[in-house]
Design a protein around this ligand. Sequence first.
Ligand code: ATP
Ligand code: MG
Length: 647
Amino acid sequence: MRLSNMLFVTLREDPAEAEIPSHKLLVRAGYIRRIGSGIYAYLPLMWRVLQKVSQIVREEMNATGAQECLLPQLQPSELWKESGRWDTYTKAEGIMFAFTDRQEREVALGPTHEEVITTVARDMIRSYRQLPLHLYQIQTKFRDEIRPRFGLMRGREFIMKDGYSFHTDEESLKKTYQDMYQAYSNMMRRSGLKFRPVEADSGAIGGSGSTEFMILAEAGEDEVLYTEDGQYSANVEKAVSLPPDTEPSPFTTYEKRETPNTPTIDSLREFLKCSPTQIVKNVLYQAIYDNGMTVLVLVSIRGDQDVNEVKLNNELVRQAEQYNAKTLLSLTVPDSEALASLRASAAAQQKWASKPLPLGYIAPDIADDYINSTPPNPPLVRGGTGSVVTGGTEASPISGTSPLDKGGQGGGAPQFLRLVDRTAVELKNFVTGANESGYHVVGANWGQQFQLPKLVVDVRKAKIGDRAIHNPSQTLQSARGIEAGHIFQLGTKYSKAMGATYTSESGEELPLYMGCYGVGVSRMAQAAVEQSYDKDGIIWPVAIAPYHAIICVPNVGDAAQMEAAEKLYTELNAAGIETLLDDRNERAGVKFKDADLIGIPYRIVTGRSLKDGKLEVVQRATKQSQDIPIDEVVPTLKQWIEEALKG
Ligand code: ATP
Ligand code: MG
C-alpha cells in the first residue's frame, strides 16, 4: 500500500479523551477514531491488525475441531426469558441494549450468545452420536457498559470470539475445556503477548471452574494474585489464602466501653490500643433480589480483613431461594460519599431503617426492629464501585432509587441476613460495636454475649503478602492484568433452563453439558500495544502488525531513490512481506516519525547508502540500524519475519 493513497492522518498531540498509553497511541497513529462513548471506527490499519488477531484465533480454534458459524446479533427477548436472564441483563446492572420493534416485540442486541446457541442445540442436537460439538463465531458484541473507557479495552461495541461446546457428560466437557486452555495459551503466545492464565470466579453457577487469560500490564483493570513458585495464580475476585495470625486479645473480661469518635477500625484500634485482628467488624450491605425483595445483609469479619464482594454476591445468590427469588439483581457497595451523607442525615436512613442505626458502632446482634420492612423507597445505586469505607464496626448502604419501585413489587425482608466470615469465627475475647453510638464492647465471645450466625462463609478478600494455602512459605504477589479471554465450564445451567436435551446411548433423555469460551479480539489487539510501545510510538509484535515493513523514501524528487523503492516494494510484496511505501512528498524526518509512531516492525530507507548499493534497514523494537546490500534485503527480512513468527 502506498501512503499517498491511504487515509493516513497522524496526530502530534495526545487526544484529550485518552488516559492510557495504548489508547493515546492508537488514536494518534490513526488506527481508531472515536464516534461516540465506547464506540470506535476501526480505520484501515486497525482493521488489518484485527483481522490478523482474528486469523490467529480462528486457526487455533479450527485446530481443536471447533467449527465457525455466525449467529444473529438481534436476539428475541423470549430466549432470554426462558433462560431467566432477561431481567438481570436489562434492569438494574443491565448491560444489554434492548428495545421494542414496530410489531411491539422486545428484542436486544447480543452481548453474548448462550441463549441463541442453546436454542440451536435444542432444535438440532438429538442424539449422543452428534456429540461432542463445538461452534464458534467472531463477531461484534454490544454491551451497554456503565463506564466505557480505555478505547477498545472497554467499548460498548467490540469484537469477540465466542464459542460454545456441547457434551454428553462432564468428562467430555473437561476435555474440550483443556483443549481450549491450550488453544487460548497458543493464541496469546502467537500474538506476541505476555500473559498468565488465572483461576477465575464462575459466579454462582459453580461448575468445575473457569480460567481467565490475563495480559499483564499496569493499566489492567484486574488484580492477579500469584506465587513465585508458579503453583498458584488467581483473579483477586476468586483468590484464597491464609489470613495473618491473630494476636491474642488483651481483654479478658467482657465490658462495655465508651469509645468516642471511633467509627473506623483505625480510630478504634488506636483508641483501645489493640490489634485489628481482635476486632469483629460488622459490614452492612443491601441486596435486591429479582423478585424485588430488599434484604439488609450484615457481614461479620475480622477487623483487619476486607469483604470480597464477588464472593459475597455469590453467597447471596445461593441464599435467593429463602427469599423466593431466583437471583440477585444488585448488591450495593457502600460508598464513602453516601456513607457520609447517611451519617449526616437521619432522614435518609428513615428510607430503609425504622430508626437511625448506630453507624460505626453496630454489633453482630443489631436488632431486627431497626428495619422498616416495607421501605417506601428501597435504595439502589447502579454499578457502584470504588473504595469501600467500612467504618469501625459497620458500613452502610447508599441511597438512590430502585427501578423496582416502579413495578410496585419492592418489599423488604424484616430481618437482617447475618453472615460471619471464617476469620471472625475463631476470635476469642474480641472487640465489637455496642449498638450505641460512641460505644464498643471488649472481651466478647461467640456463644456467650453473641450468638454465632448460622451462615459461616468465606467472603474474605485475599491480598498481597498473605500466605498461600498450597504452601504457607509462599506469599501472594500481585500484578495487574487485562482480561483477554475467559473459558468456562457451564454444565447444564442453560440446557436445563431451556430444555436442550439429547438421547443417550441407553435411550434416556438428558440435558446437554455445555462449555463457553470467549476472547476479546479488539481488546487483545489494544492490549498488545499496552505491552509494547516506547516514547516514539507503537511497537507491534510482528504477528499482528498491520504491515511487516515500511519503505521510506527520504526524497521523492530523487529518481534513483524512487526507482529503488518501487523495485523493492514490488519484490517485498511478491515475497509475501506486507509492505507500505511512504511515497508522500514529506520531509524524511516526518516520515521516520510516522513510521515509528505506527509501529511497523521494519523500516527500509532508500537514502545515503544507496550509492554503495545498500539500503538502511531499521528494526522498530530495538532501533538497530544496518546497511544491507540491495539484493539481500528481501531474504534477510523474510528470515527475520519467519523467526519472529516462531515466537
Ligand atoms: P470484563 O470483566 O472485563 O467486563 P467480562 O467478564 O464481561 O469482561 P466475558 O463476558 O467473559 O467478559 O467476555 C469475553 C471477552 O470479551 C473478555 O475476556 C474480554 O476480552 C472481552 N470483552 C468483554 N467486555 C468487553 C468490552 N466492553 N470491550 C471490549 N472487550 C470486552
Ligand atoms: Mg463485563
